[in-house]
Design a protein around this ligand. Structure first.
Ligand SMILES: CC(C)(COP(=O)(O)OP(=O)(O)OC[C@H]1O[C@@H](n2cnc3c(N)ncnc32)[C@H](O)[C@@H]1OP(=O)(O)O)[C@@H](O)C(=O)NCCC(=O)NCCS
Length: 186
């Protein structure tokens, strides 16, 4: 997978042995995984298994601050199961709580969206979240996604709670418009 770079961040491939400890450190708590729909990790071995079975399989990037090797978050795509017949992907992300509120995920996601439209030539990128995830909703808004609607009782969380799913998307032409607008501002 291609390593991506932003002003403050490096997005690179996960390494099961080297990165499992860092992942476990932030994924064991109650606020990261559950907000993203997955259970807190139980051990370093559990984190290592998820790097192998989830991150590497789907091509999910590790997020690190430049100059530091530590894994502080993840970002990447899954297949958009509502749009199987086109060049589409669904974005997902999570970040160590220690680093919240510094604009890190918005910065990472902007570069991943650039990669998606410019290099993967996708037609549409979607993202979903739950109404209670105010932070992610704000990131989605800052990125410029368009709200499509809410699937009532759209998902069951890992611990059996049923939640609504708020759906957003960005079309290629919308991304191109934002890009031309931003380069005019620069
Ligand atoms: C969602 C998440 C990735 C955000 O990462 P981040 O780097 O903190 O995001 P940013 O700093 O780029 O933006 C967060 C925004 O939310 C705002 N925010 C923080 N707490 C908030 C709250 N309680 N209500 C509303 N907005 C809030 C911040 O002020 C910021 O907006 P601003 O730039 O206008 O000030 C991170 O909180 C996380 O990993 N959460 C757990 C996993 C998760 O929810 N994943 C997404 C699943 S859809």
């Amino acid at each position: 997978m291609k390593t991506l770079e932003t002003e403050r961040l490096i997005l690179s491939k996960w390494h099961p042995r080297r990165d499992a400890k860092d992942l476990f450190e932030y994924a064991k708590g109650p606020n990261v995984g559950p907000n993203a729909g997955w259970a807190p990790h139980e051990s370093i071995a559990d984190s290592k298994m998820r790097i192998k079975k989830v991150f590497l399989k789907s091509g999910i990037w590790k997020i690190s601050l430049k100059g530091e090797g530590k894994a502080i978050g993840s970002i990447g795509f899954e297949n958009d199961l509502r749009r199987v017949d086109m060049k589409s992907k669904e974005l997902g992300y999570s970040l160590s709580e220690e680093y919240w509120g510094r604009g890190i995920m918005t910065e990472a996601a902007r570069e991943v969206l650039r990669y998606a439209f410019e290099e993967l030539k996708l037609d549409v990128v979607s993202i979903v979240t739950t109404p209670d995830n105010r932070r992610s909703l704000r990131v989605i808004e800052k990125l410029g996604f368009i709200y499509e609607g809410t699937l009532r009782a759209g998902q069951m969380t890992y611990d059996g709670k049923i939640k609504d799913t708020m759906c957003f998307s960005m079309l290629r032409r919308e991304w191109e418009f934002r890009r031309s607008f931003q380069s005019e501002q620069a």
